[in-house]
Ligand binder design. Structure first.
Ligand SMILES: [Zn+2]
Ligand SMILES: [Zn+2]
Length: 177
């Protein structure tokens, strides 16, 4: 997770900054951080209209051109022909809906995340997110550790604390620890 936090330093988005590392047999096979596609103006320089408009956190991902850290790790692996089946993902943020389905379909076995993320709104969609995360063969589990860059990485969270929403994670974890 320390390496995912180091990778995160390169993230460029007006929203959260996220880093992800993909590991197989104790070797790093790919990394990713979130930001606009290569060659496109950075998000913090106005490159992403969705982020620039201050769209509510957790919404409008379909029109956000910032590629998420987990997606970038997958895409980089694809680009260089690295098999990811059975790999473990360390992400500084719990994968969103989109990243969850991509990682599941790529046959990632385990996800360890630092900061929690939960979909908001429709109860049925939230339930589906939980079901999807429960499908990973090993587990989806939060890692407890100090994060000196927490406020920088989660800028919106400082204005609206979500600490109370971090409960209930046990639903997603397999019994094996
Ligand atoms: Zn952005
Ligand atoms: Zn995502």
């Amino acid at each position: 997770m320390n390496i995912a936090m180091a990778v995160r330093k390169k993230a460029d988005c007006m929203g959260r900054r996220v880093g992800a590392v993909m590991v197989k047999e104790n070797r790093i096979i790919s990394t990713g951080y979130n930001g606009t596609p290569e060659g496109v103006e950075n998000c913090t320089e106005g490159g992403c209209v969705r982020c620039k408009k201050g769209t509510a956190a957790g919404t409008g991902y379909d029109v956000c051109i910032c590629v998420h850290a987990e997606q970038n790790a997958l895409i980089t692996a694809a680009r260089f022909g690295i098999a990811v089946e059975g790999a473990v993902v360390y992400s500084t943020l719990r994968p969103c809906f989109d990243c969850t389905k991509a990682l599941l379909q790529a046959k990632i076995s385990t996800i360890y995340y630092l900061d929690d993320w939960n979909p908001k709104g429709d109860e049925d969609l939230i339930a589906q997110y939980k079901l999807l995360q429960a499908r990973f063969p090993e587990r989806v589990q939060q890692v407890q550790m100090d994060d000196p860059d927490e406020d920088w990485a989660n800028p919106r969270r400082t204005s609206q604390p979500e600490a109370a929403e971090s409960n209930g994670n046990d639903d997603f974890q397999s019994s094996a620890r």
